[in-house]
Design a protein around this ligand. Sequence first.
Ligand SMILES: [Zn+2]
Length: 348
Amino acid sequence: MDLLKRLCETPGISGYEERVQEVIREELTKVADEVKIDKLGNVIGIKKAKKIPANSSIPKKVMLAAHMDEIGFMVSSVDKDGFLHFAPVGGFDPKTLIAQRVVVHGREDIGGVIGSKPIHILEEEERKKVPQLRDLFIDVGLKKEEVLKMVKPGDFVTLDRNFKELNNKIITAKALDDRVGVYVMIETLKQLKEYAVDIYAVATVQEEVGLRGATVSSFSIEPNVGIALDVTIASDIPGTKEEEVVTTLGGGTAISLMDSHTISNRKVVDFLRNIAEEYKIKYQTDVLLGGGTDAGAIQRSKSGVPVCTVSVPTRYVHSVVEMCHKEDVENSIALMTKFLEKVHQGEF
Ligand SMILES: [Zn+2]
């Protein structure tokens, strides 16, 4: 899990992915035949087919996509008292942001706290309201002149949050969405032995702001089939009705049937499901009404691509601390490894 820890703790919001991009480039270089970075910043690891399948002259192209960007903020202004105001990059749940430590990536990294009015001076009515982003600011504890030496509008801000295992099964961190998907992708390439397809493992940029990295990379790759590796909602928590539970933590890797961007290709779903059954890989299926993945962009590229998403069920997605189960991560790697070893047989 050392690599997952490093991936989660390295900063990189949508559009400013350079630092995490470098970690991924380094790791993919160890496992891929070739690694490229395109103009938008997508890191593409290519593994060429080890054998050409019978009755075919060229191997199929399989695209995996896991997004490297995390949600965060951009500094929009510094006020007269040195407080930073910010714009969201991707959709944090604002009620989870109050009193969180952050890192402002200015001329150098400086620490800050997301401040709000203390409860002691809130009006009765204000106490009842759910906080909005515009009510929040970043306090770095310095006067304006000192702040301006280090910070300027456009600098990006991430959470200051360590990766922590709660016990030998549960992981908590920031940005598990979707560094855990990147981790699954890299570990799958490590475990893979025989495969008869060309694999394009893409760590995409700017997923959280509209699937932008996957849009351009799928156009250049022109895959025959695409799988997005992401997180899905584990909503098995108090206050959720039974029928609202999308997936459960520890319930296995999740094969997506539908989300708000994509209806998964039925043949690809069945192929994944059959592999899970055959190799006794614990899995669940998910139907997610809010949110989507890079699969939505891959599916719509060129003349269309059959796609599906394979996810790690995650609690508290888009909050300041997300939670995954190690066995779900392992089952996702196992499913993807077998999928790549067999996908040349798929009729799609
Ligand atoms: Zn995601």
